[in-house]
Write a protein that binds this ligand. Structure first.
Ligand code: ZN
Ligand code: ZN
Length: 324
């Protein structure tokens, strides 16, 4: 429909992202440590759940409700993933759903190529700014705006936490020997650099591979696909065709066998009242399968009928203030 857009890399502002990749070289300078590896895996799991449960299903799609304090907790843990602030992330994701696989999509592999959709788009000058008009329902919270505007604060605190754990382990736990020993350097190499970089590329697969590789049980106006393998590493987000078909649900795995630990975690939080009103998938939506292959040209033309957005960007009913 439009002429091909030109994007311009912003190398100076991309230094932190590139620096995280350079940082994993530190693994070559420390010995293997099982303890550091377990910390790295643990931080991967906690932060991935915050990205899938909060950045994506809560801030982008409002698939459940929670209190103001817990939305900030989810936002901070997600921000420790070093994927910029929650409102920047969610606003761009809403834009993706509105324009999937057209020239206006910020990360379509069928329009812009695999690498641009995977990690090129967010390093361009055109995509650093917050699309505030897409996220007005949350931009009224100053604490969320703060960690979105100053999106290095939480990553710096996460780095300090890794330093503190590593230092305490090395100097305050002299009894920790053998595989249980850990130095500051090992903690930083495994938990800050390696864990974060693996977390990056697992998350980015949703934007790149999940619009290229997998099945399409639903005929959506985009190239989204379901992929069970990717679902394992992104804790349920691999059911991306399901998700594009019915975006507002707290579960992406519509069927019992569709692995979706993010939903299970949200369900457990709902049992103790920390989150509530999880949006389910209506049965008639689940059973509506089409096994539909996609016409990329038709989608790229922008002529296909697109569902209206499932989130409102007004200021209505985001969180209930009495639950603070
Ligand atoms: Zn998508
Ligand atoms: Zn989404």
């Amino acid at each position: 429909m439009n002429d091909k857009k030109q994007f311009h890399m912003d190398w100076p502002r991309s230094i932190p992202f590139i620096g995280m990749h350079v940082g994993i070289i530190s693994l070559c300078f420390v010995d293997f440590s099982l303890t550091a590896l377990l910390f790295g895996i643990g931080f991967y799991c906690i932060r991935m759940l915050a990205i899938t449960g909060f950045y994506h299903r809560y801030f982008a799609h409002r698939a459940f409700k929670t209190s103001r304090w817990f939305q900030f907790v989810g936002a901070c843990v997600g921000a420790a993933s070093v994927q910029r602030g929650p409102l920047w992330w969610a606003a761009h994701h809403r834009h993706h759903h509105l324009h999937s696989d057209t020239e206006s999509d910020v990360h379509s592999p069928t329009i812009s190529g695999f690498w641009f959709s995977h990690m090129g788009w967010f390093m361009t000058k055109e995509h650093f700014d917050l699309k505030e008009e897409r996220i007005r329902d949350f931009s009224k919270y100053p604490e969320l705006m703060f960690i979105t505007k100053y999106d290095t604060v939480v990553p710096a605190l996460f780095f300090a936490l890794c330093l503190a754990i590593g230092w305490s382990w090395q100097f305050l736990l002299p009894a920790a020997e053998g595989v249980w020993a850990m130095t500051v350097g090992q903690m930083i190499a495994y938990s800050f650099f390696a864990s974060t970089v693996v977390l990056y590329h697992a998350t980015f697969c949703v934007n790149s591979l999940l619009h290229l590789w997998g099945t399409r049980p639903y005929k959506t106006a985009d190239t989204s696909r379901n992929n069970a393998l990717i679902s394992i590493i992104v804790f349920g987000e691999g059911w991306h065709n399901n998700h594009h078909h019915f975006q507002s649900s707290a579960r992406n795995g519509f069927r019992w066998w569709e692995f979706d630990p993010t939903f299970w975690a949200l369900k457990m939080l709902s049992w103790v009242g920390i989150v509530w009103d999880l949006k389910e998938v209506p049965p008639h939506i689940v059973h509506l399968t089409a096994d539909a292959e996609v016409d990329k040209d038709e989608i790229a033309s922008g002529d296909v009928q697109r569902k209206p957005p499932t989130v409102k960007t007004t200021e209505e009913e985001t969180v209930t203030s009495e639950a603070l």
